[in-house]
Design a protein around this ligand. Structure first.
Ligand code: ADP
Ligand code: NI
Length: 214
């Protein structure tokens, strides 16, 4: 078991070499640790949690021309080569397929607890100080504006609109980051998210204070 985890870690590190800083190995490591921390407060299958956390961004569609099947194929090939049993493989692939914020309107109800845990861990890494840093890094990577006073946030975007959105980085807070606290699935996740949410609110207050020089 831990051998499987170790080999998966090696695989992911190598695969994500050179990735954008918000979606690199260190994002995966933080999500993996957060997922384990939440998992000990829930009744769940730890191997499924760990493998899903490690593989959840192995081939993010937004860096692979929108291809949503590549991550599933890469993960299946790896897990089969490590002789992980078929039931575990299917559970892990289900999580990778359904974890994303942009798919939140289409995921089946009654989610497995392992998905809820990894989703909370991924969302926690999107908020707080790390979340702010990742978001500005991504905005810079895309050459988006930090902020524009005349561009309004777009709430309730469809999945297609969300993927194409070229909004400002500050708008991303209103379109996604500030919504995450209320989407937490687990009690432990909610607790961790609360503090990070408050930090983002203070950041935004300060940002606008400094922007509006008078
Ligand atoms: P998911 O993978 O859960 O669908 P995203 O890929 O949209 O979520 O977002 C992952 C992280 O990437 C966000 O939390 C944010 O830090 C960054 N990000 C994604 N889209 C944007 C954007 N339009 N502007 C700034 N940051 C973004
Ligand atoms: Ni992620």
């Amino acid at each position: 078991m831990s051998n499987t985890i170790d080999k998966t870690i090696e695989f992911v590190k190598q695969k994500l070499e050179g990735a954008e800083a918000g979606h690199d190995w260190f994002h995966i490591e933080r999500v993996w640790k957060l997922a384990k921390k939440i998992a000990v407060t829930e009744n769940c299958n730890m191997e499924v949690v760990e493998l899903s956390a490690l593989l959840h961004d192995i081939a993010d569609p937004k860096f692979h021309n929108g291809d949503e099947t590549l991550a599933l194929k890469i993960s299946r090939d790896l897990l089969e080569s490590l002789e992980v049993n078929e039931e575990t493989i299917q559970q892990v692939l289900f999580i990778i397929k359904n974890i994303s914020f942009k798919n939140r309107n289409e995921v089946p109800k009654d989610l497995p607890v392992e998905l809820k845990i990894v989703q909370d861990a991924d969302r926690i890494d999107a908020i707080g100080a790390i979340g702010i840093a990742r978001t500005f890094n991504f905005g810079g990577f895309k050459n988006n504006l930090m902020y524009h006073p005349d561009i309004e946030p777009k709430l309730n975007m469809s999945k297609e609109e969300y993927k194409k959105s070229n909004g400002t980085t500050i708008n991303h807070f209103y379109e996604k980051l500030l919504l995450l606290k209320d989407l937490m699935n687990t009690e432990e996740g909610k607790k961790i998210a609360e503090e990070r949410h408050q930090f983002m609110l203070s950041f935004l207050d300060q940002f606008f204070k400094e922007w509006n020089v008078d």
